[in-house]
Design a protein around this ligand. Structure first.
Ligand code: NAD
Ligand code: UD1
Length: 344
């Protein structure tokens, strides 16, 4: 059986780490990315880390002809589909851009997969599909609802995958619902490289620590949580990458189709914003000045996973601690204060 995988969005933050994990697990990879939110330098560095060139195609998932050329040239076992836009605020301002890229793009990809009879897909979904959860920890059968176009685009793709699995039982469709990915490869060579001022907590903290930003605004300290600040399930991107390998290994072992099979990737543990800031400050030895401000619109108090399904089905569980997440984020940020613009 072929062990070749198409990785859409493989030049991005999670994709680049997953390329390394796939290579180490013996998979052959082809990366397909339009570089709209990433740099070819990430591909260069992944190639260096794995000690061989990566097959990279610059292309857009909405371009069926370009995808057909890729599927004609390679016999794939399956696709890991990271390609998508992910900024919640931008999605509110530009919903059509998000639905076009994330939903139409996925439909085009699925159509071409179908043409070439490639029926195994691992899709980047998100804990955002659970909205404001009624109970914690969140398991895969929890109610789904979304309040912004980004989340809605993920939920819509999940619905499309569910319908597809019903329409034809030969599909194997695994949406992995990521909780809060943070951290970087332990080499410090690849990591998260936001284009602008970061929206997410960990890159913001790192940029304060390295002196690029003056202070962190903590959005709300009146939530019903351990210290009043938001609680999230932070997961090391290396653990997340291993979760994708586990999902593919699982699919390779199946003798019959799995249909639509959503799986959470989280640690099962919640950490508050202040707890994360404190841990980061300790491992980096840097002061992280912060102030409390109003809650951010759309934020929820607490969100953490039940990670039982991933453990029982895939034999996967997160291993790396909050300290390791902070250490690796700090190594990446301090070695590359300007991200991939810093040549190393
Ligand atoms: P990222 O922006 O670093 O990576 C996404 C990659 O997809 C980029 O390299 C971008 O250039 C590429 N891309 C975007 N649109 C494309 C298109 N039309 N055609 C080809 N390539 C395209 O983001 P990430 O953090 O690595 O996230 C990967 C996936 O995981 C995304 O789908 C995201 O929505 C999802 N996700 C991310 C998080 C998170 O916190 N990072 C959480 C949950 C889900
Ligand atoms: C956000 C998105 C979510 C997306 C995820 C990954 C929102 C409402 N949710 O999740 O849809 O899937 O990113 O891209 O945008 N915080 C601060 N100060 C900051 C930044 C964040 O206090 O400068 C707090 C937030 O209020 C929250 C926690 O840190 O309590 C985590 O925030 P963030 O990293 O943005 O992730 P989420 O909001 O969980």
């Amino acid at each position: 059986m072929t062990k070749k995988i198409l990785v859409t969005g493989g030049a991005g933050y999670i994709g680049s780490h997953t390329c390394i994990a796939l290579h180490e697990a013996g998979y052959d990879i082809v990366v397909y990315d339009n570089l709209s939110n990433s740099s070819s330098e990430a591909i260069n560095r992944v190639s260096r880390l794995i000690g061989q060139p990566i097959e990279f195609i610059e292309g857009d998932i909405r371009d069926a002809e370009s995808l057909r050329q890729v599927f004609s040239a390679h016999k794939f076992f399956g696709v890991i589909h990271f390609a998508g836009l992910k900024a919640v605020g931008e999605s509110v301002a530009k919903p059509l851009k998000y639905y076009d890229n994330n939903v139409s793009g996925t439909i085009t990809l699925l159509e071409v997969m179908s043409e070439y009879d490639v029926k195994n897909l691992v899709f980047s979904s998100s804990a955002t599909v659970y909205g404001d959860p009624e109970t914690l920890p969140i398991d895969e059968s929890s109610k789904r609802s979304c309040t912004n176009p980004y989340g809605q685009s993920k939920l819509t793709v999940e619905h499309i995958l569910e319908d597809l699995a019903v329409s034809n039982t030969s599909w194997n469709l695994i949406p992995l619902r990521y909780f809060n990915p943070v951290g970087a490869h332990s080499s410090g060579q690849i990591g998260e490289d936001p284009n602008d001022i970061p929206n997410n907590l960990m890159p913001y903290i790192s940029q304060v620590a390295v002196g690029k930003l003056a202070k962190l605004n903590i959005f709300g300290n009146d939530y019903p949580t351990v210290d009043g600040t938001g609680v999230r399930d932070f997961i090391h991107v290396t653990d997340l990458a291993q979760g994708h390998v586990a999902a593919l290994n699982y699919l390779k072992d199946q003798s019959s189709s799995v249909g639509f099979l959503p799986i959470n990737l989280g640690t099962g543990k919640g950490t508050s914003v202040v707890e994360l800031v404190t841990a980061f400050s300790k491992v980096s030895g840097q002061d992280i000045p912060y102030q409390f401000t109003d809650r951010r619109a759309g934020d929820i108090a607490s969100c953490y996973a039940s990670a039982d399904k991933a453990k029982s089905l895939l034999g996967w569980q997160a291993k790396l601690s909050i300290n390791e997440m902070c250490q690796d984020s700090w190594r990446w940020q301090s070695m590359n204060p300007n991200g991939y613009k810093d040549k190393v």
